[in-house]
Ligand binder design. Sequence first.
Ligand code: 13P
Ligand code: SF4
Length: 322
Amino acid sequence: MNVDKGYVDAPVDPSLDLRAEIARLKRERGAVIMAHYYQRPEIQELADEIGDSLALAQKAARTDAKVIVLCGVHFMGETAKILCPDKTVIVPDVNAGCSLADSCPADEFAAFVASHPGHTVISYVNTSAAVKAVTDILVTSSNALKIVNSLPKDEKIIFGPDRNLGNYIAATTGREMLIWDGACHVHEQFSLQRLLELKREHPFAKILVHPECPRPVRLLANKVGSTQALLEFAVSDEADEFIVATESGIMHELRRRCPNKTFIAAPPEDGTCACNECNFMKMITLEKLYNSLLYMAPAIEVDQEVARRAVVPIRRMLELSN
Ligand code: 13P
Ligand code: SF4
């Protein structure tokens, strides 16, 4: 079995019923399949657990399964492995990275932290384990406001790596923060101009925006929130039509939960591309998921010393989210 490419590179018999085979292998291996809402629809449909990044970390921390197959990006697999060092954690393609995590190299972030002593370091969960290891508290977009608000008003804060989420938290909580200059290539792409055009075409539609989007786009929102918060808003709000400015994978769950409502994907700057899709999230396919269960690879490993330090801010986040 060859995993040099970051996934099991083995042929899959085209006559197989992959959904049935994945279900069988999952039972045999004692595995649980977890998927982020940005995964391909067919992966979301097969998952035992589906969630945003906070929910996936919480579910990983609680599961009894011996094996976690995490259909998401690499940092999500690392978080699960750090929380469950004795379990086998598999990400079916470890090339599934994250441009936001990559915008924060651990050595540069550690130097930035060292040059600003006396600050509490808050990092978004979209970071490498090495960045988590120099962090005091982790947050996701679901709990960031609650966690920052729980700190004393005069606490000096470093926030990394997302400048848009950082600016949103600073503006909403009134806290001063030193913010790392990172961003997600998907959420940075939404065009204000095209969103305004769409709103003119659908004047009664409400606009849903993820806080990783830049401020001008956030200012148009009826609701700014994490993937989970946007889903809950769409379910409970009386509007029939929504314009959705976040990764397009969420459309599957929105339409499943609200079959009688209309969801319109907000267009990115260049309407000819699929820039509102996270290419990393879409690297996980049914074939790679099947092979990962068949061969139990590729498994996520985290350096023990890094994991020992990184688990502290992850556990703090989970405690503060309850
Ligand atoms: P949430 O799942 O926390 O909403 O984050 C979105 C995201 O970009 C995940 O990588
Ligand atoms: Fe990372 Fe952006 Fe993809 Fe989320 S959508 S995994 S932040 S690149």
